[in-house]
Design a protein around this ligand. Structure first.
Ligand code: UD1
Length: 344
């Protein structure tokens, strides 16, 4: 089986991607320091794929430790690089830590790949690189250095690093795909893995499921005075299982293509939903009411963003198949499986 190193493989998107890699016949090798994830994700993956995945408790910014991982694993087909800090407000509070961690881990991963002649990488980027798009839906051709937070700029920088490496003599044989995710939500339908935010969730859907479970007070809708039909912000919510499959599609797609290759794709559904629609759809999908109130706008929020998915469907041959309703049902199933254990 072809080994694929998955940094951040115990995290939300990484864990779902390990499952889809295994389903496609690859062997996922998890590298995660569990700083923002838990070992239970590795056991959850094992329950779904029927075997314990190989995994290394390693911080990706530790070059010596990453060197040992690659040396120990022998021939590695490719890398999927998820490991990164991901809180927008966290990055505003401590930008130096975001630049240190997110950029250093990218540097270490690429350096280690070069030493071991590993020549395929899929990078976890974000629609945050577009900032507030001038045209909707937002396509890959639109300006992509308009991030509005230090977190967003670490994604811009890591994308650029891969482009620069591809254009360099050392990158002649490198194939890289940059996937710009819109808003990943949901959980595996088995409810063995899902999102495990530590502390109070920043993101909408985990807050909604925790509020519906009575673990949090009412959801605050951050503004209902935007220029959208119901006044709340609009996002493109993509089921995490569809997103995970996009990674496998990217790896398969790059295989027969000539190197160097560095291609970027939006990964979303192409459809926008407002915050109020998410709340309503959650209740329709689960039968559970979510207490909510309308509060002020959140600083830095973009009013509307959703993906132009034409390139990913035409070139990558990938499209999303699951709906927001599916995602909210699965996120709720996951929340119920956690009972009350994950709250601080
Ligand atoms: C942002 C980034 C995304 C990044 C993610 C990481 C943009 C466009 N998106 O997503 O790239 O990966 O952060 O955390 O920069 N909301 C509420 N109440 C809440 C929480 C959220 O109303 O309690 C609203 C927000 O105003 C927003 C929507 O729900 O309109 C989604 O918010 P969230 O889940 O935090 O994701 P983004 O901010 O869109």
């Amino acid at each position: 089986m072809k080994k694929v190193i998955v940094t951040g493989g115990a995290g939300f998107i990484g864990s779902h991607t390990c499952v889809e890699l295994a389903a496609a016949g690859y062997e996922p090798i998890i590298v995660d320091d569990l700083r923002n994830s838990q070992e239970r994700a590795v056991h959850g993956i094992a329950r779904i794929i029927g075997r314990m995945p190989r995994w290394h408790l390693v911080d990706c910014t530790d070059e010596a430790a990453m060197e040992r991982v690659f040396a120990q694993e022998g021939h590695v087909h490719g890398v999927m690089h998820f490991a990164a800090h991901k809180s927008v407000p966290g990055s505003v509070d401590d930008p130096v830590e975001y630049y240190r961690n997110n950029i250093r881990s990218m540097v270490v991963v690429v350096r280690t790949m070069q030493r071991h002649e590993v020549r395929r990488i899929v990078f976890s980027s974000s629609c945050t690189v577009y900032g507030e798009p001038a045209v909707l839906p937002v396509s890959e051709a639109q300006p992509d250095r308009n991030a509005t937070s230090p977190y967003g700029f670490t994604k811009v920088a890591c994308e650029q690093l891969l482009r620069d490496v591809s254009a360099s003599p050392a990158g002649r044989e490198l194939r890289s795909v940059l996937l710009r995710y819109f808003n990943p939500v949901g959980a595996h339908p088995s409810a063995h893995i899902g999102e495990l935010p530590l502390g109070v969730p920043n993101n909408l859907v985990p807050f909604v499921t925790q509020a519906a479970a009575g673990l949090r007070p009412a959801v605050t809708v951050f503004g209902d005075d935007y220029g959208t039909p119901d006044g709340s912000c609009i996002r493109d919510y993509i089921h995490v299982v569809d997103l995970a499959r996009a990674h496998v599609a990217a790896l398969d797609w790059m295989e027969p293509r000539p190197a160097p290759l560095c291609e970027v794709f939006n990964i979303g559904t192409g459809v926008g939903h407002s915050v109020l629609e998410v709340l309503r759809t959650f209740t329709e999908a689960t039968g559970v009411d979510v207490p909510f109130m309308v509060g002020p706008r959140r600083k830095g929020d973009v009013p509307v963003v959703y993906a132009d998915t034409r390139k990913s469907s035409a070139v990558l041959g990938w499209t999303s198949g699951l709906t927001l309703r599916d995602a909210l049902r699965d996120a709720w199933r996951w929340q119920c499986s956690l009972k009350e254990e994950v709250v601080q």
